[in-house]
Ligand binder design. Structure first.
Ligand code: ZN
Length: 489
């Protein structure tokens, strides 16, 4: 569209997100069918989730517990009473002809999370969190008659979801990106979902509008669906914001509608207009009792909320004296944070633990396509190596080589150091002997050093380190070399 930055700057985007999260239960929300992903189509179904007449739903208690845990982690008020409703619409992936969802009385309301964007922290409000069942999955390709028929996998039908609706508090696509990232991290920490976007465990719709800067009124909003990756979310928002501004600048009006992100064409396409919007004819679900969360149960769930990323970051900075940048990285996932704390608990310095994890460990894990949970080097094994370096029993350079061997073989640091004779030669006489030989061999560079060329000193250090196979204490090498060079003629 190519609008100038000046034109774009006249408008302020207003963004709110609706995020559907699949809860990590073993069985579905209203029946005992498995929620396992990737099973043969229609193998995890029963009369209840197939919506056969005469069946009755039975609420899975674990669903309420997990949704409440997520709500508390998002600073929401969990209500003592909430209720399910029927959301009526007709579509092949919904065999009952209605979806059971919380509507007027959601499980939780009024929360917030703090996101960081452009170095500034900002609170994004959370309007509500409610529980609902998922629909089945329409499969439009991959079957012999896919050209003329749609196929439906009812395995997903009745999978428990919670929908998290934000306030329209975001003002830039990057802020929406930061919100979704932060939300995902919190949900992963609380263990309520695996948040796997490829498998559909985390799905995002965005409400977006623009208004003249300084205006208090909201512009006409458009809903964008099908944002099944972080990248698509940002691209779709950028596209929509420019589209809105383009329409308004040419005197047009934005129509309230639902649009779909078209990933192959890099644009949004209109899906349905407001006039064609569904009338869901919500009414209370007569087959289910209202949901009751007693204050005792709520407090029990609250105690199960783990330390959240933000609190962990702060604690890592104050308790371990590492930088906020390191703390951010090391609390990226709970597994990383636990690994770091286990190293320090085993006696290595937190600073070294942070450095070695970020350089040696994460690089090698990354190269071998492994997650930290599958690291061939345990935190205690890494701590053992770090303690050898910290106590100058081996040099840092040797430590890195030992780490590589540990990573490949799974052997311990002490064992490798002993077997390969890598311990620092504490014997200063041996260093002196090597230094004398190096100096004697190179009168040219000795002369340069004498005439004030400090640069060649490093060269001598390197030569001595090589002569001692990297096992000399660097400080001793420095001291001995300085003394000998001074004495040299
Ligand atoms: Zn079932």
């Amino acid at each position: 569209m190519g609008l100038s930055p000046g034109v774009l700057a006249k408008y302020e985007p207003v963004i709110g997100l609706e995020v559907h999260v699949q809860l990590l239960t073993n069985t579905k929300i209203f029946c005992g069918c498995s929620t396992r992903f990737g099973d043969a189509p229609n193998s995890n179904t029963c009369p209840v989730c197939l919506g056969l007449p005469g069946t009755l739903p039975v609420l899975n208690k674990r669903v309420v517990e997990m949704a409440a845990r997520a709500s508390l982690a998002l600073h929401c008020a969990v209500h003592e009473h909430s209720r399910f409703a029927r959301k009526n619409y007709f579509y092949p992936d919904l065999p009952k002809g209605y979806q059971i969802s919380q509507y007027e009385l959601p499980l939780a309301t009024g929360g917030w999370i703090e996101v960081e964007h452009d170095g500034a922290k900002k609170r994004i409000g959370i309007t509500r969190l409610h529980i609902e069942e998922d629909a089945a999955k329409n499969l439009h390709e991959g079957f012999s008659q896919s050209a003329t028929k749609a196929y439906i996998d009812y395995n997903r039908c009745g999978t428990p979801l919670c929908e998290i609706v934000s306030e329209p508090d975001m003002r830039a696509p990057e802020e929406a990106y930061a919100y979704l990232t932060t939300l995902r991290q919190i949900l992963l920490y609380t263990g309520v979902s695996d948040c796997n976007m490829e498998e559909g465990s985390l799905r995002c719709d965005a409400n977006v509008s623009v208004r003249r800067r300084g205006s208090q009124e909201f512009g006409t909003k458009v809903e964008v669906k099908n944002l099944n990756s972080f990248r698509f979310l940002q691209k779709a928002l950028e596209y929509e914001i420019e589209r809105h501004i383009g329409v308004l600048e040419t005197g047009g009006r934005i129509s309230q509608e639902t649009r779909l992100w078209n990933q192959s064409a890099n644009r949004t396409d209109s899906m349905r207009s407001k006039e064609k919007a569904h009338d869901y004819r919500y009414f209370p679900e007569p087959d289910l009792l209202p949901v009751h969360v007693s204050s005792a149960w709520r407090e029990e769930i609250r105690r199960a909320v783990p330390e959240l990323p933000e609190a962990k970051r702060t604690r890592f900075v104050t308790a371990y004296g590492i930088t906020p940048y390191d703390a951010e990285l090391l609390t990226g996932t709970q597994a990383l944070a636990e690994y770091f704390e286990a190293i320090t608990k085993a006696g290595a310095s937190p600073k070294n633990a942070a450095n070695w994890m970020q350089t040696e460990l994460l690089r090698r894990l990354n190269d071998s396509g492994k997650e930290i949970e599958a690291s061939p080097v345990s935190p205690t094994a890494l701590a053992e190596l770090l303690k050898l370096v910290e106590s100058a029993q081996i040099t840092g350079a040797v430590g890195k080589k030992v780490f590589a061997t540990m990573f490949e073989s799974g052997r311990g640091a002490k064992e490798i150091v002993a077997a390969e004779g890598l311990a620092v030669q504490v014997n200063d006489a041996a260093i002196e002997q090597a230094a004398r030989e190096v100096i004697a061999k190179d009168p040219g560079n000795v002369a340069k050093y004498k005439s004030g060329n400090e640069g060649v000193f490093k060269f001598f250090v390197g030569q001595v380190m090589r002569a001692t196979r990297g096992q000399a204490n660097p400080q001793s090498v420095n001291d001995i070399l300085k003394k000998l060079l001074q004495e040299a003629k």
